[in-house]
Write a protein that binds this ligand. Structure first.
Ligand code: PLP
Length: 452
């Protein structure tokens, strides 16, 4: 076969149509319109095979935190692959990159978290967390504490367990999910679900569903509560200030393990290293992935608090769980270098003090557009709600249609912005400049005008 990059777009699309099944895609629709083939990237921009340049307002899939084209990351991958492309961390073995990465993660994580179990992705991290929670309670002689409480509209991955922890109905409908032992409470989505309540009162009420569920099901059955510090894929849903302190209080009161899924928030998205730092959460587990390597190679992990790790290590015997690619040396070397870049170039401080506040100020200006009911965000992540009537907080009847039109207008205007129903979301690379933020806002506004 010809090398794919020697082919023109229609030839590439024809092969793709014939042989490639895409994730989260309606294949029939895709086959009719053809795939966009992305061929290269630099900084905050990507190019397609037709030469169109797009500002990547989503950092790939929320992951390219240091931006595209960092030669140092390619170089460490190259050097590591020559030195030792693969070895596992099973059976009393490990490798220097896995050790170095574990060490820097312990330095960066909150003080009470000092150990990590490596995985290949965010979904694997959340599968791992379920096994760890259940193992922990088993070891403490309470194996019946196996139920994990999650939230409706949460996203925790695509494996059977990840999608079950997630609260996305359209995913549950395919494949008989959720698996047993997982229950979902409401999300703190004030704009869509808060009704007449004041946002803080709503945040408190929704958090208290955790307590009600614990009491209803019986404390002896509940092992943990899992949530993203802010819901990303669900539509960048930022909890009211009252929410997380109340969740923390309830977990403390009942001794429930708290899992903060940091797959999106981790590594600078909110202007802090972790979403837990931003919202003042004290988790027992932090699943991580994405920004850990800025997406340059696949790698994830579960960071574990001392109180849980001590039980898992001291009492556990063999933990019968692991992946061939746990601690993959090339991926770990890239992740380590990526974290050094984020730290040494003060990229997260810049998000916190400079580009984050600037984006948030400019992003709120979109609320002046007649279609935008709310513009919200923190750090370098944001959402706008496209609505039919902003005064009444009334959504369009067929959810997703207008969002799709806006997303397509963005692409025509050279901007990648994602549509979650009629919620438009952004999460650009953390190295975006103020000038590029201006460009993003200008393109978003033009696209909204074309959506109206
Ligand atoms: N957890 C969260 C919060 C995510 O946003 C995602 C992916 O978007 C995942 C887990 C799953 O990660 P992965 O796609 O690497 O399996």
């Amino acid at each position: 076969m010809n090398k794919p990059h020697n082919l023109d777009t229609s030839e590439l699309q024809a092969i793709d149509r014939k042989h490639h099944l895409h994730p989260f895609t309606d294949s029939k629709e895709l086959n009719e319109q053809g795939t966009r083939v992305i061929t290269r990237a630099d900084g905050v921009y990507i190019w397609d095979s037709e030469g169109n340049k797009l500002l990547d307002g989503m950092a790939g899939l929320w992951c390219v935190n240091v931006g595209y084209g960092r030669k140092e990351l390619a170089e460490v991958a190259y050097e590591q692959m020559l030195e030792l492309p693969y070895y596992n961390s099973f059976f009393q073995c490990t490798t220097p990159p896995a050790i170095g990465l574990a060490e820097i993660l312990a330095e960066l994580a909150p003080d009470h978290i000092n150990r990590v179990f490596f995985t290949g992705s965010g979904s694997e991290s959340n599968d791992t967390v379920i096994r760890m929670v259940r193992r922990y309670w088993d070891l403490l002689g309470e194996p019946q504490k196996s139920v994990i409480i999650s939230r409706k509209n949460a996203y925790h991955g695509s494996t059977m367990a990840g999608a079950s922890l997630g609260g996305m109905k359209f995913m549950h409908e395919q494949g008989g999910l959720p698996i047993p032992g997982i229950v979902h409470i409401d999300q703190p989505y004030w704009y869509a679900e808060g009704g007449d309540q004041d946002p803080e009162e709503f945040g408190l009420n929704v958090a208290q569903q955790l307590e009600a569920t614990i009491l209803d099901m019986g404390l002896d059955r509940i092992g943990a509560f899992i949530a993203e510090p802010l819901q990303g894929a669900g539509g960048v849903i930022i909890p009211p200030d009252s929410y997380w302190p109340e969740i923390g209080r309830i977990c403390d009161k009942y001794g429930i393990l708290l899992i903060a899924d940091e797959v999106i928030c981790g590594f600078g998205r909110t202007g802090k290293w972790f979403g837990s730092d931003y919202f003042g959460i004290k988790p027992d587990f932090m699943p991580i992935a994405k920004g850990l390597s800025s997406g340059y190679l696949p790698i994830g992990g579960v960071m574990v608090s001392d109180r849980v790790a001590d039980v898992l290590t001291d009492k556990c015997g063999e933990f019968a769980h692991g992946y061939t690619y746990s601690g993959h040396p090339a991926a770990a070397a890239v992740a380590l270098k990526n974290l050094q870049i984020l730290r040494d170039e003060h990229i997260i401080e810049t998000v916190e003090k400079d580009t984050g506040p600037y984006l948030q100020k400019r992003w709120r200006e979109l609320e002046n557009h007649p279609l935008v009911g709310e513009a919200r965000g923190v750090g370098l992540v944001g959402a706008i709600e496209i609505v039919k009537d902003k005064d009444k907080r009334e959504f369009f009847p067929k959810e997703g249609t207008v969002g799709g039109v806006c997303r397509d207008a963005c692409i025509r205007n050279g901007l990648v912005m994602r549509a979650v129903g009629d919620t438009m979301i952004i999460s650009p690379p953390l190295i975006i400049t103020k000038e590029q933020i201006d460009e993003l806002i200008e393109k978003a506004l033009k696209s909204l005008d074309e959506t109206a």
